[in-house]
Design a protein around this ligand. Structure first.
Ligand SMILES: Cc1ncc(COP(=O)(O)O)c(C=O)c1O
Length: 532
């Protein structure tokens, strides 16, 4: 391993919320008064609005000068870690480099100034782009049509569940077919979203090799089976080699098969969902296709279907018309109408399109090969970290793009948990990685996914950090448990984000709840928000 390079120390600004910085009358931008000529021609614009559309009171927005806004967000950025400043190998989430030039393209006026309600004729460039990317995704997956409407992976998987429901409904079989089969190491949305769509969910547990076997599947299949929804490779990085038989068995029973390829990284240009027999699939453009992850809305799931399911896709979809241009088909037919408004998060589509075009077919395959190579490099080094094990040692199949390691041995021998390791990593300038999704089947889990973006030096940096912490655990457990020491926020109390009385999604909710906090809750929250 090459040497440890960077040391990390976050700035500590104790920065208030932007709303708490508000000063009555402060302004960031003062727009000029409306021209007298416009006022004379238009009159009082507000008076022309229907009474119901006019605000009764001024909105409760923070009033802050431009300079203070700039300082506020720069200070916050100094208190956090991001992919642009440090290594991130968060497992199951495919954190990869998002080329800056793609942000630049997506921010350009030709896209940013469009409105989704504009006339179709004035959106031809965008529609052509969406149509072209649709064809590219069909080529990558073997599917026949895509929608980009869902705004997240979980929404894409929900779309798959709705497609399965619409298909059986159209055949009058929904009353009988009310069960979806998934596996325990698929993403939790593969179980949660069919439940939201009204299905009963059967979860297959892993066998000795770490994945569900054929017999487990056969025992779950019946005339009630509506479909199979799973991830492969699973969260453990393990590709289930029986997948073709799984799909065939579900088809024989009359069910449909949906492939959650949110983390499609290791399969690009290698395996296509349709060639494995799947009826539909979904990719997260904000993971595999380099568009950045965003908080609840910036993402985009590309959901693809085979021909027999095209008519069920949410509307509108982009079609090429007989005038040599592109149209929006709004007719829901027997389909699921819509998952979300309009045609999708087009910024994410544009970034994904730019990424695919810059790589080409050979480049996409190189992404898969490099991601798998990087992962296996990490495995070879992680085996030598004290206290680390890889579950299901009998399974010698190669892992694909990630691995769920276990710190159970170290935890038993030293008391230092995988969460402690994740927290302490921050002091080494490494972002936290994913412990595990639920169900927590692997004890003291630690899920790492290097992806294709990282250099060997960056992987070595992370490995050095993990190794140093593991050694520290055996020499000075208390120190290993006490991190992070150099972050803006030190150890957080996990009771806070899990207590509905404490967290709030909106400022209004925060204001309401904070009146009711007990002194113990207030102490915990203040510590959680930045106490040090
Ligand atoms: C396999 C898989 N499916 C679905 C998702 C959900 O994606 P999102 O976070 O965009 O809802 C993830 C994200 O972790 C995933 O890894």
């Amino acid at each position: 391993m090459s040497g440890q390079r960077s040391a990390f120390r976050a700035a500590r600004w104790n920065e208030p919320l932007i709303t708490e910085l508000s000063e009555s009358g402060a302004r960031g931008v003062v727009p000029p008064a409306v021209d007298a000529g416009i006022v004379a021609a238009v009159g009082d614009v507000a008076a022309k609005l229907p009474a119901g559309a006019r605000r009764a009171s001024v909105p409760d927005l923070p009033e802050v000068t431009q300079h203070r806004v700039l300082r506020h967000f720069l200070r916050l950025s100094q208190m956090t870690m991001g992919f642009d400043v440090t290594t991130d190998m968060m497992g199951t989430c495919t954190m990869k480099y998002s080329p800056k030039v793609h942000d630049h393209i997506a921010r350009g006026a030709r896209l940013a100034d469009l409105h989704p309600l504009q006339a179709e004729e004035s959106l031809q460039g965008l529609l052509e782009l969406m149509h072209r990317f649709n064809r590219i995704m069909c080529e990558i997956s073997g599917m026949d049509e895509f929608t980009f409407q869902p705004a997240s992976g979980a929404q894409g998987i929900y779309t798959n569940a709705c497609l399965i429901r619409a298909y059986h409904e159209s055949r009058g079989e929904l009353g009988q077919r009310d069960e979806i089969i998934t596996t325990s190491f698929s993403h939790p949305a593969d179980a949660a979203t069919p439940a939201v769509a009204g299905f009963k969910v059967i979860t297959l547990m892993p066998g000795d090799m770490g994945f569900a076997g054929i017999d487990t599947l056969k025992a779950a299949i019946s005339e009630r089976t509506a479909g199979l929804m799973l991830t492969n490779p699973e969260d453990t990085g393990q590709y289930n080699p029986h997948i073709r038989e799984f799909v065939d068995l579900v088809h024989e029973a009359g069910g449909l098969c949906a492939y959650d390829q949110a983390n499609g990284n290791p399969l690009l240009g290698v395996v296509r969902a349709a060639d494995t027999g799947f009826d539909m699939c979904q990719f997260n453009l904000h993971k595999t296709f380099s568009a950045p992850h965003g908080a609840l809305g910036m993402g985009c799931a590309a959901v693809g279907v085979k021909e027999h399911l095209r008519k069920f896709l949410p509307r509108p979809i982009v079609t090429d018309n007989d005038k040599g241009g592109y149209s929006l088909d709004y007719d829901p037919g027997d389909g699921i109408d819509r998952i979300r408004a309009f045609i999708g998060n087009v910024h994410a589509v544009l970034k994904a399109y730019s990424w695919v075009m810059s790589l080409g077919a050979e480049g996409l395959r190189a992404v898969a090969e490099t991601a798998v190579l990087n992962n296996n490099y990490m495995i070879s080094k992680m085996r030598n970290v004290p206290g680390v094990t890889i579950p299901w040692p009998a399974n010698n199949y190669p892992k694909l793009e990630q691995v769920r390691y276990s710190f159970e041995k170290m935890s038993e021998e030293t008391g230092v948990t995988s969460h402690d390791v994740i927290d302490r990593m921050v002091d080494f300038g490494v972002q936290h990685c994913m412990p595990s999704h639920v169900p927590m089947l692997v004890p003291e889990p630690f899920t790492v996914e290097p992806g294709e973006s990282l250099t060997i030096e960056e992987m070595d940096h992370m490995l050095n950090a993990i190794k140093s912490i593991a050694e520290e655990a055996y020499e000075n457990a208390e120190k290993a448990q006490g991190g992070p020491y150099n972050a803006a926020t030190t150890k957080i109390d996990n009771d806070v984000p899990e207590d509905p009385d404490c967290w709030a999604f909106t400022y209004r909710g925060y204001q309401r709840k904070k009146e009711m906090w007990t002194s113990d809750q207030r102490r915990k929250i203040e510590h959680h928000q930045g106490g040090y």
